[in-house]
Design a protein around this ligand. Structure first.
Ligand code: ATP
Ligand code: MG
Length: 282
């Protein structure tokens, strides 16, 4: 997106003029602020990205926390990509999306006949991730008995398939994420504290977007560029009023919500200047 004029900071500027004025956005790509497409130059984000760079080359278990849409999965992928495991598999498991009675088989596999419906041996995600990284998303949702088996993997690097008797050795790096308060889950008796400490070897907290408003212009530029390319449109600027709206909104859905609002606006946009319908900011 090319800059289409500078902003006059005079507070007496009329509403009408504001509406049509285009604002120059900082270029996400020029600023050297992209780390595996993780856009942003705020201190809060840079602090998290420094932790990513430090921990990625090691085999340490990482626990990524943060509200929904703050980039936890993006960071997990970046850790894998910058590790010596990058040529091996990155396997994602959303622990909340798998039915509770199937999660153990999903993670560790099962032997033929181990339960009704287990018609043949099936490899679990840990075996599929061998040599690589497993990303356990929403790890706070794991049932207690599966937490026990995961603890064994982290401590002894071994597990058994469901219905199996043989221990299988594993070399998989574990990266976990949660948007739940695990301390509260421990207090409520639904999450094992020993597993928490094993996962929390290297914690990374993703800051919510409302605490890094200075990233919004960069993200807006990045998403407008991407969406405009997808939509085959040429968008050259954004008006000041729209940018102010985007920067003052608290973004409860964080970057995912920002991305969706921009995609929708780009689809609706009929000129070469990006503008926003404020009713979309709920
Ligand atoms: N800093 C960033 N730069 C560019 N895109 C980002 C950034 N952070 C997040 N995104 C994008 O926002 C969306 C949400 O990110 P992601 O899925 O990693 O969030 P999450 O924290 O895992 O959310 P949830 O808890 O809901 O699973 C993705 O499309 C991701 O690519
Ligand atoms: Mg996620």
């Amino acid at each position: 997106m090319a800059s289409a004029g500078m902003v006059n900071a005079d507070p007496k500027q009329s509403e009408e003029r504001l509406k049509h004025e285009s604002v120059a956005l900082p270029k996400a790509l020029d600023k050297g602020s992209m780390c595996d497409e993780i856009v942003g130059s705020s201190g809060a984000l840079q602090k998290a990205l420094r932790l990513v760079s430090k921990v990625a080359p090691t085999d340490a278990t990482v626990l990524i926390t943060g509200e929904t849409g703050t980039g936890k999965e993006l960071v997990a992928r970046a850790i894998h990509r910058r590790s010596h495991r990058s040529s091996r598999a990155f396997v994602c498991v959303n622990c909340a999306a798998v039915p509770r009675d199937l999660i153990a088989s999903e993670l560790f596999g099962h032997e033929k006949g181990s339960f009704t419906g287990a018609l043949q041996r099936r490899l679990g995600r840990f075996e599929l991730a061998e040599g690589g990284t497993i990303f356990l998303d929403e790890v706070g949702e794991l049932p207690l008995e599966t937490q026990m088996a995961l603890l064994r993997v982290l401590q002894e690097h071994e597990f058994e398939r469901v219905g199996g008797t043989r221990s299988i050795q594993t070399n998989v790096r574990v990266v976990a994420a949660t948007n739940r308060n695990l301390q509260a889950a421990i207090a409520a008796g639904t999450f094992r504290s020993d597993l928490f400490y094993r996962l929390n070897v290297f914690p990374i907290e993703m800051p919510p977007l409302r605490e890094r408003q200075e990233d919004i212009p960069l993200l807006v530029d990045y998403f407008i560029d991407r969406c405009a390319r997808d939509a085959g449109k040429n968008i050259r600027g954004i008006n000041k009023k729209s940018l102010d709206l985007l920067q003052s909104y608290p973004w409860p859905g964080n970057i995912r919500e920002l991305q969706n609002v921009i995609e929708r606006s780009v689809i609706m946009c009929e000129t070469d200047s990006f503008s926003l319908d404020k009713t979309w900011l709920a």
